[in-house]
Design a protein around this ligand. Structure first.
Ligand code: DHB
Length: 375
């Protein structure tokens, strides 16, 4: 049976599928449930220096709430509700996870409202045993009046300079990025990231400032920021794959890539790894399905790998091929399209043969008639 073990920035994970920071990660009880699941690690909710309540409700809608419109994704503008960094470094969380799943990595996510806050939180992580890694969030798009740091390249570089002067030793530090859409932006982001001893990059955060409209009630579906929120789930999978692929090409090989965005099945996870991810986080699906999604997605990925003859994720990680004439029928309706095209070709051939046979029969008939009429 295929192995899903991997390493993220040197941290060993038995399973390359784990939770994204966000839904179902805010309390010790929620973190313990993830620890008890098949998730390869436990990543806590993005923390600020002090507890905060976040934006007004309703601030998040997911596929289930969207009901029969069956939109494959979610939107949120939570405004970083969280219990504060000390809570995520408390015994309740750290030891709770360690007791529920001995050896499973526990990671914290830091999303300070200012640089000073991030530096203080880093210092506190450095003084806490039992935290195996830090994800520094440079990409929250939902704080009114605050820019998304990953889009302000000068600020991002300045922040990373300071962060790496003070990052605790021995705790690998990764950064979570916003999605990029333009090749010069990928290039600029990678140039900056390559200057630092970053252990991994997690991409992508939500696609910022989307607006889902409820046509029945003629209003936005969430309350904060005039309805604007970060788009996640199935809507953004292709953008996530593109970011993983492009950053894998541009980042130095020492920086691992963790893919996140719209992964709902083993095949989605396979695609992320094919584009270069060493591990895959689940956000929206974890929200809608609960922690059992990790086992399901891992089982589906293992089955797909077995079917393809891959025994480890290294066998196909980053090996996405550029397009060439596909040896097997494509998906995305191409199977149907090619079947239709194939069917059309066959019926044209049949028509041609029918024409030749009719012509030959006509010639034979004429010859017979001529023979019978001849004296
Ligand atoms: C929030 C949203 C994010 O995309 C994120 O990375 C962190 C926090 C939020 O709105 O709470």
């Amino acid at each position: 049976m295929a192995s899903l073990s991997t390493t993220v920035g040197g941290i060993k994970l038995e399973c390359c599928i784990y939770n994204a920071s966000g839904p179902r990660t805010g309390s010790a009880a929620a973190l313990q449930k993830i620890a008890e699941s098949a998730s390869g690690a436990v990543l806590a909710k993005s923390a600020t220096l002090v507890k905060q309540d976040g934006n007004p409700l309703p601030r998040g809608i997911q596929e289930i709430d969207l009901g029969e419109r069956s939109c494959p994704g979610s939107i949120n503008s939570e405004g970083l509700p969280n219990a504060g960094i000390d809570y995520y470094l408390s015994k309740d969380c750290v030891e709770g996870v360690a007791l529920a799943a001995p050896g499973k990595p526990y990671l914290v996510s830091l999303s300070g409202l200012k640089l000073k806050d991030n530096l203080e939180m880093l210092a506190r992580v450095g003084r806490t045993a039992g935290v195996h890694g830090i994800e520094l969030n440079l990409a929250c798009p939902n704080i009114p009046g605050k820019p998304t740091m990953a889009y302000d390249f000068d600020q991002m570089e300045a922040v990373l300079e300071e962060v790496f002067k003070q990052a605790p030793e021995g705790v690998p530090l990764g950064v979570k990025l916003a999605p990029y859409f333009d090749f010069p932006h990928f290039q600029r982001a990678a140039e900056i990231l390559n200057k630092f001893p970053i252990a991994w990059v997690t991409c992508i955060n939500t696609v910022g400032n989307a607006l889902i409209v409820d046509a029945t009630n003629e209003m936005a579906v969430i309350a904060p920021k005039g309805g604007f929120g970060g788009l996640a789930g199935g809507y953004i999978k292709w953008t996530a794959l593109a970011n993983v692929r492009q950053l894998r090409k541009l980042l130095k090989p020492e920086i691992d890539i963790v893919g996140v965005g719209g992964v709902a099945s083993g095949e989605d996870a396979f695609e992320m790894i094919l584009c270069g991810a060493c591990a895959v986080q689940i956000g929206t699906k974890h929200w809608s399905e609960g922690p059992k999604c990790f086992d399901r997605i891992a089982t589906e990925l293992r089955a797909l790998m077995d079917q393809k003859g891959y025994s480890t994720i290294k066998d196909f990680q980053g090996k996405l091929k550029d397009w060439s004439k596909p040896p097997k029928a494509l998906k995305f309706g191409a199977t149907k399209a090619s079947a239709d095209a194939g069917g059309a070709a066959v019926s044209k051939q049949v028509q041609m043969y029918q024409g030749i046979i009719s012509f030959l029969l006509l010639v034979i008939g004429l010859l017979l008639q001529a023979a019978l009429q001849s004296p």
